[in-house]
Each structure stands twice: as C-alpha cells, then as structure tokens.
Design a protein around this ligand. Structure first.
Ligand SMILES: NC(=O)C1=CN([C@@H]2O[C@H](COP(=O)(O)OP(=O)(O)OC[C@H]3O[C@@H](n4cnc5c(N)ncnc54)[C@H](O)[C@@H]3O)[C@@H](O)[C@H]2O)[C@@H](O)CC1
Ligand SMILES: [K+]
Length: 469
C-alpha cells in the first residue's frame, strides 16, 4: 500500500515530545487548552473522514483517552452520531476533566457494539502494556467490524519510539509531530495513512520526513557538461550499470558515460559507451575534470577487476555514489577509504550491505546517523523506510512508498538518479534527498507491479514537474 505521509514533517521520540509539551506548559499554557486543541484537530479530520457514519470513540485511562473525550464532544456538537466506549478510569487532571464534560452515550469497552468508524484513543505515547485477553479479543472484534479505524497519535499498543507492539489503523493522526513508530518498519505500515495535527507545540528536531525538492535552475548558457556529466562504472553485470546510466539521463544529467570492459548494448543512444580493454584503463577515462560525479557499484561484481575499478574510482577526485557490490567490497574499511573529507560521497546500502559496513545495533535512525558521522558520507539506508543521514547529524526519512519498487534493478536506478542530481550543480535543495524523492515519487505513480525499465520515463516527468531556483 502507498501510504500518505506528510512531507517535511518533524519526527521526535516520546521523550522529546513530552519535553516540548512541558516547555509549553512552562510558558503558562494549560494542559486542558492543549488537549482541547488536539481534540479539535482530530475531530475536524474524523468528521471529514466519517462522512456522516456513526463513530465509536474508544477512550483509555491516560491523556490519549482525554483527547478522545474531547473528540466525542466536538463531533456531537457537529451532529455526528457518536458514542464512547471507556477503558479504565480517566486519570486525575485534564483527562478526568474532559471525561466529565462528555454527557453523551458511554459504555465499558467490554460491552461496546460494532461501529463503522472507530476512533482509537486508548493509548498514546505512554509506554503500552499488552491488553489482557478479554480486552484484546474485544478490541480485535471491534476493529475487525469497523470500515475505518482512526488512531489518535498512535494505534494503541504501538511503542512510540520503536513501533513494536500490535495496534493497527487505517489512518493515524499524529499530534504535534510524527514519532519514529509512524515511519519505521512494520509499525509504520500498521499506522496506515498519517495525518499531522498541528497543535502549535514547537518541536525542535533535525529529523524530518522527506519533502519535494527544488532543483537548480539552468543558466542561460547551460550545456551538457554543466547540466551534469556523470560516469557510471559498469562491471560484471553491465545491465545494472545500464539501468543506472539510463536513470541518470532520465533525472536530467547532460552527459552520461557508461564505462566498462563490457558495457550493455541497446538504447538509449544518448548513453555514451566507453568500452575499455582493461580495468586499469578507467584511470584515463576518469581523468576528466568535467565529470561531476562517478557512480560505482551497480552490477560491479566482486572479482579482481571489480577491486581495480573501485580502487581507481576512489583514487579519482570526483564526487561518488557508491552502491551495491562496491559497498560490500568496502565493508568495514569504508570510512578510511572513501575520502569523504575531500569530496561528497553518497553510500546507498540496503539493510544487508549496511550491516556489512557499520554497526546496525539500535533503531534505524540511530544506526544510520552514527554511520554517517563515522564515515563522513551521506548515507541512504534503503528499505520500506529509507533513512538518509548526513554527517552533521540531520536525518530525512522517506516512507510509505509503492512496495512495487522492491524489485531487482530498483537500487541501480536510484544510484543513477542521485549521481545525476549531485552532478547537476548547486542552487537547489539537497541532491541526495532529491534523488530519493524522485525515485519514490515516480514509483508511486506506477501500478503495484511494474518493470523497472519503465520507471525512467516517469522520473523525467517528475523532474520536469519540480520547481527550480
Ligand atoms: N502531554 C500533554 O499535555 C498532551 C498529551 N496529549 C495526548 O496524551 C498522550 C500521552 O498521554 P499519557 O502520557 O497519559 O499516555 P497514554 O495516553 O498513552 O496512557 C498511558 C496510561 O495508560 C496505561 N496503560 C498502558 N497500557 C495499558 C494497558 N494495557 N492496560 C491498562 N492501562 C494501560 C499506563 O499505565 C498509563 O497510565 C499523547 O499520545 C496524546 O494523545 C495531547 O492531549 C496533547 C497534550
Ligand atoms: K491511540
């Protein structure tokens, strides 16, 4: 499923969210005001999504439940048919005060009747404990009978920071900021579409969801080199290099050289083949200061020639996109060898490649950030949740993308697109994130099953639709 995830949205963990709320309370804002604000934002969305169907709000014991009581009251005020199923006694404070203001139909969760629309306000960013058997069974029956399940902040039972647990929703309305659970792994998928309710809580963070890029505007005297000249170093499986080169052209590069001892044949003819006799001949090809970026790794193989080609690419002064086999060849010595102190380097590992190069303990955000800081490279840690980490600590997460992208050749395209954007010059937004966005965005316009060969044309459409500056 392609999930809607807000672009450029802040992501914070539970502790950071609580600290942001506390900072606001310290300025004199009351918890009731904030809860009213959260409830109003959620009620607005629920009323739109419910389309007149009866709504059941499941209200838990904490502040998430408090939000639920506000939502019920505001929906009733809009004449939406709504009732509340209560789970546990609302805790003293804002939650209890909001519960006391609900004077509509209410029953215990265990006695709740199925409804077409269910609003899950049982648990939020508090640490969830598993529900006891009776409640768990009742909850799954209520959820199974619903046509639309809307979770407030998190599907109840999911841990905000890890996404672990068992809750599930069709739509999750995140309050104030996204949490790691909304974007990472199976937990992210379990949240369904994500909406962000702006409750005006300032959340300082350097972790954001990906956003549409701005591409650098061409100068009046633009030429094939200034648009971006890239060299794709092709190895034992030249088809992969061909895909990277084809995608680089599609993503706007002005001149793409496909270099190898056996480059792939076939269209497009704009792809310039530089067939070399021996791997060592790469040195002369890369001795060209018009080259804006070198892409190496797709289909490189791991034989002796592959080592030679990689050594020469690393010895060149060019910016690098390193993918596939080249990552495996670098392994644990990646930081020492890539020379990220004298050029831009982008590494594009999937989970297996990442584990061969870096310590992958901890969650994906933390591990990827540490790897970027240790290597000095920008890292695109691919997967259903792609995490981009910059050496300065910033993170960008791309998630919710068409799972049809999970096919052989997809990563080759991505390496080529990133290479093209890196070589396209400055002035736009970050070229690595731009590449990841274009790849995902193009895939989201395809059906579930598509051939990667068909993606480049769609990538070109996306490039042409991007604003420039
Ligand atoms: N902090 C604030 O001022 C605001 C918080 N908001 C809401 O408050 C939420 C966080 O509130 P809380 O910290 O109260 O956390 P929760 O609402 O997640 O509730 C945690 C409570 O549930 C209990 N609990 C957990 N698992 C249970 C189980 N299996 N059976 C029974 N009880 C269980 C815990 O012991 C704890 O008392 C946010 O997600 C958001 O929805 C919003 O109202 C905005 C303002
Ligand atoms: K919830």
């Amino acid at each position: 499923m392609i999930r809607r995830v807000p672009e450029g949205a802040p992501i914070v963990n539970a502790a950071q969210m609580r600290a942001a709320e506390e900072a606001l309370f310290a300025t004199g804002m009351s918890q009731d005001t904030l809860m009213e604000r959260a409830g109003a934002a959620v009620a607005e969305q629920v009323s739109r999504l419910a389309g007149g169907r009866p709504v059941l709000v499941l209200a838990g014991p904490g502040n998430n439940g408090g939000d639920g009581y506000v939502v019920a009251r505001l929906l009733a005020a809009r004449s939406v048919p709504v009732s509340v199923a209560r789970f546990g006694q609302p805790k003293a404070g804002a939650a209890a005060r909001m519960a006391a203001q609900w004077d509509g139909p209410v029953c215990d969760l265990i006695a709740a009747q199925p409804h077409p629309v269910v609003v899950d306000a049982l648990l939020g960013i508090g640490i969830p404990r598993p529900f006891d058997d009776g409640i768990a069974a009742k909850l799954s029956a209520i959820m199974a009978a619903a046509a639309l399940r809307i979770a407030i902040d998190l599907p109840s039972g999911r841990h905000a920071d890890t996404g672990d647990g068992s809750g599930r929703a069709d739509v999750t309305i995140a309050l104030g900021a996204l949490k790691p659970a909304h974007v990472l792994g199976e937990g992210g998928a379990a949240c369904g579409h994500i909406l962000l309710a702006d409750i005006a809580v300032p959340v300082p963070t350097d972790v954001l969801t990906i956003a549409a890029p701005v591409l650098p505007k061409w100068r009046y005297d633009v030429n094939k080199f200034s648009r971006g000249m890239i060299a794709v170093v092709s190895g034992a499986m030249p088809g992969a290099g061909w895909l990277a080169g084809r995608a680089a052209l599609a993503a706007g590069a002005g001149y793409v050289q496909l270099v190898g001892t056996a480059p792939a044949e076939g269209a497009p003819h704009a792809l310039v083949r530089r067939t070399i006799t021996r791997a060592t001949d790469l040195e002369a090809v890369l001795d060209d200061d018009r080259i804006g970026a070198v892409v190496i790794g797709p289909g490189l193989g791991r034989d002796e020639d592959a080592h030679t080609l990689l050594d020469i690419a690393l010895a060149s002064p060019h910016d690098l996109v390193i993918d596939g086999d080249a990552l495996t060849l670098l392994g644990r010595s990646v930081a020492e060898r890539i020379g990220a102190d004298r050029r831009r380097v982008c590494l594009t590992p999937h989970a297996g490649e990442f584990a061969r190069m870096f310590d992958s303990a901890g969650d994906k955000l933390t591990a990827t950030r540490a790897a970027a800081q240790a290597s000095g490279a920008t890292i695109v840690h691919k997967g259903p949740d792609t995490v981009i980490a910059y050496p300065d600590g910033r993170l960008i997460v791309s998630t919710g993308t068409n799972p049809g992208l999970s096919t052989a050749g997809s990563g080759d395209l991505l390496a080529g697109i990133i290479g093209a954007r890196m070589a396209a010059g400055d002035g736009g937004s970050d070229p690595v994130a731009a590449g990841v966005w274009l790849h995902a965005r193009a895939a989201n316009h395809m059906d579930a099953v598509f051939a990667v060969d068909a993606l480049p044309d769609r990538i070109t459409q996306e490039v042409n639709a991007c604003p420039t500056r």
